[in-house]
Design a protein around this ligand. Sequence first.
Ligand SMILES: [Zn+2]
Length: 434
Amino acid sequence: MPIFDQDAEQMDRQELAQLQLERLQVTLHRVYKNVKFYKRQFDGIGFLPEDCQSLDDLPRLPFTTRHDLARAYPYEMFAVPLREVVRIHSSTGSPGNPIVMGYTCRDLRAWAKLAARVLTAAGVDRDDVVQVTLSYGLLTSAFGIHYGVELLGASVIPTGPGATFRQVQIMRDYRVTALVSTPSYALVLADQMDDQGVDAKSLHLKVALLAGEPWTEEMRREIEARLFLTAHDHYALSEAMGPGVAGECEHRQGMHLNEDHFLPEIIDPHTGAPLPPGELGELVITTITKEGVPLVRFRTGDLCRLSFDPCPCGRTTARLSRIAGRCDQVVIVKGVNIFPGRVGQVLANVLGEDPEYQLVIGREGHLDYLDIRLAVREGLFFDKMTVQRTFLERLTRKLSQGIGIRPRVKLVEPGSISRDRETSPLVVDLRSLA
Ligand SMILES: [Zn+2]
């Protein structure tokens, strides 16, 4: 299988470490000089950029959090004057201030190259027709991939999300070979094909690049079986850049991280202590080439493992395991990690609309239970009981498949769960009250 940037992706590890150190030193000097936040952080521990003599000095530095980035709204984290910034993206800012990302020309060129690496690793080449169903807008998701596809010389169809009927038409009529979407939207497309009577086998799909939410090997198998393609995981981190940070090669044993641009660490999310390779912990990223908004020891909140074992594909870069979830959101029920956002995705898929829901976790005797309170349209309460029962059974089945344990679904009146998380928290854990 081809490798987009052999010099970088197959670099000797010692040579890579030297390059990383040089780039890290440059980054630390730049942020110390140009970003007040970092000057304060470094001064706070009496650290000068020239104190960084080896990569082992990195863990001496304080972390950067999403909270820090939001507090710097809008431009306080920028390490270059605004006139050198050619693109601005931002998060939605819910809750709190949005996180604003600025890119210089050089940042954008690097971004396209890194996305092209990830696309090539997934098997996309210039003969492919790539349908991008991610969001084109303030978020980074679609843009990173978009320019990577163009740089490869493949054809990109920027459909953006939604209008699923038309997506399927385009996929069939334009002979799309590669799909870029979230894992759950890939399944929505499969459902839509069933509804439209389109046989996925008759399409030209070959590969899918999926990311944007935690997903499982079971989902991968289902997507592959229903869409007749090979599904690849990749890692998009909008604060660090967007898509292009890491992606799976043909062996699909972890995502190759573009280590010549991003320094990874895995830490214990509770203590902040570094963890050895192979341990599950929070991913921390330091950007070492970014000009617009460089990040030093940014806590991603994503749980994963890091492996430095050689990969048969020939790339020498470290691999990230599948993202196991978010450390600030995960709740453990019956020993299973439950991600409230995943529950929302399953509900949205079944209902076809954005759900109002709440997770209530408690304990009866020695056993944990998970109740999902779901506000539904009035109609459902007046329908025949059998209709409601069938609906509940289907919903419970989908949820069990999606989250790994069987919840109890309780329908409640519309409007009884506020979208304001202050008054209706997404998760109510009664076990902590016992
Ligand atoms: Zn590989």
